[in-house]
Design a protein around this ligand. Structure first.
Ligand code: PMP
Length: 393
């Protein structure tokens, strides 16, 4: 395995989670819909898992959790489900400019279905502007969907303040909590969130399983129609091993998150300080303090992020230019453009995301390698100014 610094894209499944899941593949494999005793075992573990995931975000009722196939599906159920349910009340939805591509594409889909979508702007650090949000709200606004943190530049969003605004105006508030799930606790009783997207892999559980928290009293229409599982909101036989793994991951994350976030923040700060000091014309994207403890997002003048990733790959270091879900397009990241960066600036970016397996030696390896790669690429870049070229040669 490489020096793995791409935890935003995928995280390893915790050994303790795998152990917990194993019996549900071959020994306790029954369907919870079955009426026999094996079916009862499956129902029992399904409901115990629901309770553990509810506890993870301090949800008052286990039934507030609807299991899904992951964050994309939860985002679809939240936005499309709420839009369809409340369309008689209004047809206006607000998202932010820095949402994950899944939210952007769902919003475009809803526009094609006759809904009106506004996209609230962010400041130079990628944090949404609350005044602008308030100005966008109108009488027909039914839903605001804003992530807990940018999945690219890591800027933390003012979720507490947004939830107060939406509550006052009787508008639903959905947050995609995926970027911060492993490092910042959520308490839906302290913060009045109506809909929250959760994903198992983002807390070191298996991929392909997630959940949507739906506050009691909030209604959404189902988007998958079938046998009526999950209170009729998500049909399809439940993925019991996946759900058991997700619940175990939630239990571990709840216990270990605080100390882990502190450990990662120390490594992140070492990385940011050393990169900015050792590489001229390097910049940190996002807010210097109000950022995820496991995220460092850099920009290097005159070079392209893709070449940088290939240079790191030659040295067995795995990193990213931005969101994995958009990494194979040639377009500049919508998040970086919304921060006010020029296309050429947005193209010179590097996302380093740390996780439970990250060691100080991974950071040291990156710090040893990166300056040389940046220097080599700048020597080759037609954008490097002559005075810098002279110094490089
Ligand atoms: N939302 C955010 C913020 C994400 O980063 C991702 C990707 N990890 C998703 C949604 C989609 O997740 P998935 O591909 O697991 O459905």
């Amino acid at each position: 395995m490489s020096y793995y610094l791409d935890n935003q894209a995928a995280k390893p499944v915790d050994e303790r989670v795998i152990k917990e899941m194993m019996p549900y593949f071959r020994e306790k494999y029954a369907n919870p819909a079955s009426l026999h005793c094996d079916g009862d075992i499956a129902t029992d573990v399904l409901e115990k898992s629901r309770k553990k995931v509810a506890d993870f975000i301090n949800a008052p009722n286990a039934s507030d959790i609807i299991f899904t196939s992951g964050a994309t599906e939860s985002n679809n159920l939240a936005l499309i489900g709420a839009a369809l349910r409340y369309q008689k009340k209004g047809k206006h939805i607000i998202i932010s400019e820095i949402e994950h591509i899944s939210i952007h594409n769902i919003a475009k889909y809803l526009e094609r279905q006759g809904f009106r979508v506004s996209r609230v702007a962010v400041d130079q650090y990628g944090i949404i502007n609350l005044d602008k949000l308030e100005k966008l709200i109108s009488d027909d606004t039914i839903l605001v969907s804003i992530t807990t943190a940018s999945n690219e530049v890591g800027s933390l969003q003012p979720i507490e303040e947004i939830s107060k605004i939406t509550k006052q105006r009787d508008i639903l508030f959905h947050t995609d909590a995926v970027p911060s799930l492993s490092v910042i606790p959520i308490d839906v009783q302290k913060t009045p969130l109506d809909l929250v997207t959760l994903s198992s892999n983002d807390i070191y559980g298996p991929r392909g399983v997630g959940a949507l928290y739906i506050r009691k009293g909030v209604r959404v229409n189902p988007i998958l129609i079938g046998g009526g599982q999950e209170r009729g909101l998500r049909s399809g036989s439940e993925n019991i091993p996946g759900i058991v793994g997700f619940a175990k991951a939630a239990e571990i994350a709840k216990r270990e998150m605080e100390s882990e976030a502190k450990r990662l923040q120390i490594l992140r700060d070492k990385l940011i300080k050393n990169v900015l000091e050792s590489i001229p014309n390097s910049h940190l994207n996002g807010h210097p303090e109000k950022r995820l403890p496991n995220n460092a997002h850099f920009r290097f003048d005159y070079i392209e992020g893709e070449s940088l990733i290939l240079g790191l790959k030659e040295n067995n270091i795995a990193a990213a230019t931005g969101s994995a879900c958009s990494s194979k397009t040639l377009e500049a990241s919508h998040t970086l453009i919304s921060l006010g960066l020029l296309h050429e600036e947005a193209h010179g970016s590097l996302l380093i995301s740390l996780g439970r397996t990250t060691k100080e030696s991974d950071i040291d390896k990156l710090l040893e390698t990166l300056p040389g790669i940046v220097k080599r690429l700048r020597k080759l870049s037609p954008l490097t100014p002559p005075e810098m070229l002279k110094k490089l040669n």
